[in-house]
Write a protein that binds this ligand. Structure first.
Ligand code: 5GP
Length: 192
């Protein structure tokens, strides 16, 4: 998605530890009009997949998922990272190592909202080593729901995630694939 690559080149900041910051439009301040373009692109790629639900994980995935659901007209379900009084005990859980926080979270969804026979599109902001998507796929498989595919806004293609998720038999669509990044010279993309 050329407009996304341009925006990352213009606004993205590369931090040590292979972290790309795009806080100006995706991870802190949200550019709602631009997210609508992102949602339209995910819709274009998955329009024929019979999607009945979009699944993501809090926090940054939620905006991407909602922008996309506006085109599919399906509900969004987001996995929670901590148990609150609002969520019942009747949950599916998966362990997810956080790339940016260097912690392990138990992510969970209520069994009531993820059920057998659904056709789920899983979305997230970034794909690095694949732990977040792997956890979300696990939640779907526990529920007997079918994962029609995953979509990420930015894939760091020099990390292992894409291969890991495809190895689980799941389609992966990335709107921008970062080939390399460097604090001095910036970001390069695949398919340029
Ligand atoms: P993974 O689970 O694939 O290793 O990492 C994906 C998750 O970590 C995403 O949910 C995202 O929030 C976070 N993440 C991984 N790499 C980056 C990065 O370079 N920049 C930002 N902002 N988040 C990242």
């Amino acid at each position: 998605m050329q407009s996304l690559k341009d925006k990352i080149r213009r606004e993205g900041k590369v931090y040590p530890g292979n972290v790309l910051k795009v806080d100006g439009f995706l991870n802190h301040r949200i550019d709602v009009d631009f997210l609508a373009e992102i949602g339209r692109e995910f819709y274009r790629r998955y329009a024929d997949a019979g999607v009945t639900k979009i699944l993501t994980v809090e926090a940054s995935g939620i905006a991407v998922a909602c922008a996309t659901a506006a085109f599919f007209h399906v509900p969004v379900l987001f996995a929670k990272k901590s148990k609150t009084v609002n969520i019942s005990d009747d949950v599916y859980t998966a362990e997810v190592a956080s790339y940016t926080h260097k912690t392990v979270n138990t992510v969970m969804v209520s069994r009531e909202y993820l059920t057998a026979g659904e056709r789920v599109l899983i979305l997230d902001d970034f794909l690095a080593n694949g732990a977040a998507l792997q956890g979300l796929i696990s939640l779907c498989r526990q529920a007997g729901a079918e994962v029609v595919g995953c979509g990420v806004v930015i894939e760091k293609a020099f990390q292992q995630g894409h291969a890991l998720i495809e190895g689980m038999g799941v389609r992966v669509e990335s709107l921008a694939r970062v080939a390399s990044m460097d604090p001095e010279t910036g970001v390069t993309f695949l398919d340029d």
